[in-house]
Design a protein. Sequence first.
Length: 119
Amino acid sequence: MPVRLRPADPDAVAQALEQRTAADDRLLTKHFSAVLAERAPGSSVEVRVPPYAAAQVIPGVRHTRGTPPAVIETDAATRIALATGDLEWETAIGSGRIIASGERTDLTAYLPLTDTKKD
């Protein structure tokens, strides 16, 4: 896993969840991308959160160049809300907060990425 997508220190994550500055959102987006990559290793789906992070996840056909056959794209706030359990996948899809195309782009089985919902 690239260094920029390593899980962050738990204390830094907790502090970032409370403060939620732009820098905190960057840390959280990269952290949750790394956690997802650990829980769903593979390279058949690219999860993008511009401008902060992109990770290839989910077992299946390996993607190496160009636009992958399966892409999920969202903003940092949506990504963090999904990861913490504050937003359900179906709600985010239905409201247009996530753009998903291709096979295996339903991440419901992997969410939330925290052990408990954020209070």
